[in-house]
Design a protein around this ligand. Structure first.
Ligand SMILES: Nc1nc2c(c(=O)[nH]1)N[C@H]1C(S)=C(S)[C@@H](COP(=O)(O)O)O[C@H]1N2
Ligand SMILES: [Mo]
Length: 233
């Protein structure tokens, strides 16, 4: 446990190091490639240590905030406003039934509630209450090949992310339809977002329009900009 903690912390401080040291170090290709190599090694170790039995902490309802903070690389006024009437969730890759899903169909899935902490690398965290269907339930419904290695996401704002299959099947990984008992507001990802309490905030994609199952590791918007791919426990 202690070892895992250290590795995870080292993963985060690697990102912090890159930020802190600024241009000098990032101009240096040798240092850059060493950091990248270390980061990839770190991803492999974290992936190997990941256990689907290890749960993120949950909290009492009284600790959940009502007005959850918004974040994206642009302001809330520019956030996509996906409309229920014409929204279709597209599926591709190693999935048996690729029929697109409407909001009504999604919201008819069985649901659970969880109160967990969202941690953003930008230095804030917040406890929220999310309600939705376990992602595992959805993947089973559509006949996803759960022996494949990854699940990838494409989003309406051009964001993209991916997670390893053990994380996709983790019992706390949700397709969240509600935040604080209300249908997810537009800026938080209506009609749903992926809520993964074992991961940093940037690995929780919003405005998802396509889900695909693949053996090739999907790229991530922030990973392409220097953050660690695994970024979680
Ligand atoms: N499509 C999309 N998803 C995204 C982002 C984004 O910019 N676009 N930002 C990520 C980051 S860095 C954070 S901290 C959370 C913020 O989610 P929230 O607005 O619901 O708090 O969304 C994540 N998912
Ligand atoms: Mo974030």
């Amino acid at each position: 446990m202690l070892i895992r903690r250290n590795l995870v912390e080292r993963g985060f401080s690697l990102g912090a190091l890159t930020l802190l040291t600024g241009c000098d170090i990032s101009d240096n290709n040798a240092v850059q490639s060493l950091l990248a190599r270390f980061s990839r090694w770190n991803d492999r170790v974290q992936e190997a240590l990941f256990s689907d039995r290890r749960l993120a902490p949950t909290f009492p309802e009284s600790m959940a905030v009502k007005n959850f903070r918004y974040n994206a690389w642009y302001g809330p006024n520019l956030a996509p406003r996906l409309q229920a009437a014409d929204f279709r969730l597209l599926l591709s890759g190693k999935i048996a039934n690729k029929k697109p899903w409407t909001v009504e169909e999604l919201y008819a899935l069985p649901q659970v509630t969880q109160i967990t902490r969202h941690v953003c690398v930008e230095g804030w965290s917040m406890i929220g209450k999310w309600t939705g269907t376990p992602f595992r339930t959805f993947l089973e419904r559509v006949g996803a090949d759960t022996t494949a290695r990854y699940v990838g996401f494409e989003c309406a704002d051009g964001y993209y992310e991916g997670i390893d299959m053990p994380t996709a099947l983790h019992p706390q990984t949700l397709m969240a339809f509600k935040l604080s008992d209300d249908i997810l507001p537009y800026e938080h990802g209506f009609p749903f977002k992926l809520r993964i309490p074992t991961k940093l905030g940037f690995k929780n994609p919003k405005f998802i329009t396509t889900i695909y199952v693949t053996d090739q590791r999907p790229r991530g918007f922030w990973t392409d900009r220097g953050y660690n791919w695994f970024s979680g426990s």
